[in-house]
Design a protein around this ligand. Sequence first.
Ligand code: BES
Ligand code: ZN
Ligand code: ZN
Length: 511
Amino acid sequence: MKCYREYGSIGAPMELNVSANQNINGTLVLPLYEGCDSVPESCEAGMPNSLKSQINRVLSDGDFKAKKKSTMTLLGGEDGKVILAGLGKSDDCTSHDFRKAGAAVTAGMKKSHGSELTVLFDNAGVANMGAFAEGMMLRDYSYDNYKQKKDDDEEKTEVSVRITCSEAEAEELTKLVAQYKGICKGVHLSRDLGNCPPNDMYPEVFADMAWEWAKDFDNVDVTIINYDQAIKAGMGGLVAVGMGSARKPCMVIFEMNKHVKGRCPLLVGKGITFDTGGISLKPGANMDEMKYDMGGSATVFGTMEALAQTGHKGKVVAITCMAENMPSSNAQRPGDVITTLSGKTIEVLNTDAEGRLVLSDGLWKAGEFDPEYIIDFATLTGACVVALGHEATGLWSNDDDFRTRIHEAGNEVGELAWPMPLLPAFEKEMTDSKIADTRNLGAGRWGGANTAAAFLKQFVPNRGYEKDGEQITWAHMDIAGTYWGSKTNTMVKNGATGIHVRTIHHLITKS
Ligand code: BES
Ligand code: ZN
Ligand code: ZN
């Protein structure tokens, strides 16, 4: 079996170090604001004269305007090569622009730039320098594990980057960069899982990977609930979706720092390793993209990796609901009524609305851990992509303040999650089945992302599973438009984006 450790990209983000030594080794990277017409004074120390005058000529001629995300390479100089990186106008430049500039540098890296880079900033401050480094590392990813021969142009040399700063900043920046390195490993793991082809990424493989991964950390436990155990436990949603496939479903539970007392965050992920639609078969066009339908589970696993790598000390639990949605003689049918872990029944009117079925069991199971809050991640609906395109994740919650916290955490790290409504009318629509407690399909096709969220709410337990108790704080994030296919996400070239590992790491550790 292939696993991410053999694949290579995980665990090996570009080598990036911080030092207060201003010597330029290898290619110089110079981030600049718009309107800058000569090398900033603070960057002049240690810069050979010929290099400085080469850059000054380009800047004074107005040949590099330093627009946001732009880069220009100067080759052929006597004293080395330069990459100029645009930050846009200084008065509206944020750490997001520094992150994007860093990513643009990595995106533009060619063999001709060599294997060593030195970045010189003009009094940018620790947060901005850190963001630049983060952008460089996040963008340093491509999924070519299945390519025998790499495209010559694209063939990458291992690059080592040195970020230079003042003595006074070195300690703080070193810590920040180490933190971003750990988070970046989580993002890259999420991408690796998502990009892996569905013949090699199926429920059992995901579970094995989680199991193997946990061996590296003495504060993480992984429990796998296999198919037989899921049947016995009464996980009717997970079982119904997965039973039509030869690759049987399972639930994977991650527990970090489980001995820490008190309530903790709990993450739930939709993990459909391939979604054919089942008997309600999807059309053929672009069906290959349904390998990304385990993006929710990848987000959850990636977030656990980010937390583990950054030494998080708090308790966190994650539950992923893994299944392959296949049409077969063993598959569930439209018209079936299933009984979920909660005891609630679902009339399955469309087998392609399967994410909500597996999540019904994952959400209900979450109640056992008496969490502070539950957040689920799912590539749940095409309707969410219609509503928000590839620009923002849909965000629903039963608690307005909690929804705002997640929205703000997303804004902080540059991953947009947009507030969407949980309306009683949608709940009514999803609970008016003639023969069951709920139905997995709305009455019409309108508001499909909202009806899906309203359906999920039916399976969020009350505290202590008390009949008339208070429902646990919960948020639902529909990443159907943001987990892959975003052209404007400059942190990634193509394929899985690894979105929201950073948002949730920030939410859990900083807010
Ligand atoms: N995995 C899909 C949602 C999806 C579709 C994500 C396209 C990204 C791009 C999900 O399981 C699904 O098929 N949902 C249906 C629900 C419908 C049958 C109520 C959909 O969105 O069409
Ligand atoms: Zn589906
Ligand atoms: Zn799906």
